[in-house]
Design a protein around this ligand. Structure first.
Ligand code: NAD
Ligand code: WQD
Length: 338
């Protein structure tokens, strides 16, 4: 299939491009490069040995999306483009509603104009809010605790309305848990601008000596060791989940489907630190800090629906996540010193 990846130069999009090409899809990336660089696409080209057209454009620009869809005879869209920093979303809510919600609206309008009605959307486990039971299955009630999460929720609801109005759509909503790690080549990975918000890139930078120590946000949660528990999923597994979702959209006779992409296994912050230290033979200095506002104690997926309907389940464990994250961090150090 010919697939347009909005946000294709980003962390998840670049890994998905590799997985889609491995599954013999043709990929075109559409990205405004607000949080990525075109070099990411070049690296995907060198991993896959395939040329990937990059359209530099903004999803809010409906005409630009329309042109990309028709110029490249696109058959399906995987929509990663979005802003994702929870803290920033509270400071700049208009930016988040504009970029994420209006951006998605412009995208689906352009798709409807072009008769392209196959869409995979990057949602997030954040839409489950405060867990009422665990593991979180797709039927768990949804809510938002910050503007970023609310954009995901609003987009999910908008897509639900669109699918209800026109059952010709095939929409797959993927609720990611905590994607971490990097491709085996270490050519692509997660390299956030500024100080990382997320745990794994923060740990990598402490290990590399780029940051002095990790703050562990709270050790008094109701968890085995008191620190927060999350469902970390290897980025390459997550990418393969998109290939499975895209395939399912052609076989499942339902206009909208929601699937969790997680492992079903929770690890605490201290588990993460210890695994990273052991697997990579490095030391991660840390101190216990106050809880971070808005954090939940424990969050992990029921991956059963994705297993049953997509035939997808994560196969890479925590050691592989930590090893690949560190390989990528060291590669960045070589790149920056060269
Ligand atoms: P990322 O920032 O690395 O990638 C997003 C890409 O979208 C970037 O390349 C950016 O330049 C591009 N982009 C942003 N706004 C755009 C716009 N208006 N027009 C065109 N391009 C635009 O982030 P990521 O981690 O790869 O996340 C991809 C998607 O997955 C996002 O929608 C994010 O909300 C969602 N998600 C991410 C996580 C996570 O932990 N990384 C978890 C759940 C959901
Ligand atoms: C994981 C654990 C922290 C940093 C966020 C978004 C969510 C989704 C994924 C996009 C928690 C602890 C973290 C640090 C720490 N993104 N931690 N010190 O909060 O589960 O989810 O990213 O959709 O929407 O909210 O991930 O990596 O930030 O935190 O102790 O410096 O690590 O408290 O327990 P989170 P995270």
């Amino acid at each position: 299939m010919k697939v347009l990846l909005t946000g294709g130069a980003g962390y998840i999009g670049s890994h998905c491009a590799v997985a889609l090409i491995a599954a013999e899809h043709q990929v075109v990336c559409f990205d405004n490069l607000s949080n990525s660089r075109p070099q990411a696409i070049e690296r995907v080209e060198s991993i896959t040995g395939t040329r990937i057209p990059l359209v530099v454009g903004d999803v809010r620009d409906r005409e630009a999306v329309h042109r990309a869809l028709t110029d490249h005879a696109i058959e399906a869209v995987v929509h990663f483009a979005g802003l994702k920093a929870v803290g920033e979303s509270a400071e700049k809510p208009m930016l988040y509603y504009d970029n994420n919600v209006r951006g998605t609206l412009a995208l689906v309008e352009a798709m409807a104009e072009c008769g392209v009605r196959r869409l995979v959307f990057s949602s997030s486990a954040t839409v489950y809010g405060q867990p009422q039971y665990l593991p979180l299955d797709e039927a768990h009630p949804t809510s938002a605790t910050n503007p970023y999460g609310r954009t995901k929720l609003m987009i999910e609801e908008m897509l639900g309305d669109i699918a209800a109005a026109d059952p010709g759509w095939r929409i797959g909503v993927l609720r990611y848990f905590n994607p971490v790690g990097a491709h085996d080549s270490a050519l692509i990975g997660e390299d956030p601008n500024g100080v990382p918000n997320n745990l794994m890139p923060f740990i990598s930078r402490v290990a590399a000596g780029r940051l002095p120590e990790l703050s562990v946000f709270g050790d008094d949660y109701d968890t085995a060791d008191g620190t927060g528990v999350r469902d970390y999923v290897h980025i390459v597994d997550l990418a393969e989940g998109h290939v499975a979702a895209l395939a399912a959209l052609t076989t499942i006779d339902r206009p909208l489907s929601i699937w969790n992409l997680g492992t079903g296994q929770g690890y605490s912050v201290l588990d993460m630190i210890r695994s990273f230290e052991r697997v990579n033979a490095v030391s991660i200095p840390y101190r216990i800090a106050p809880r971070r506002a808005g954090d939940v104690a424990t969050c992990y997926a029921s991956p059963a629906k994705a297993r049953d309907e997509l035939g997808w389940q994560a196969s890479r464990g925590l050691d592989a996540m930590c090893a690949s994250a560190w390989r990528f961090e060291r590669m960045l150090a070589t790149r920056n010193s060269g």
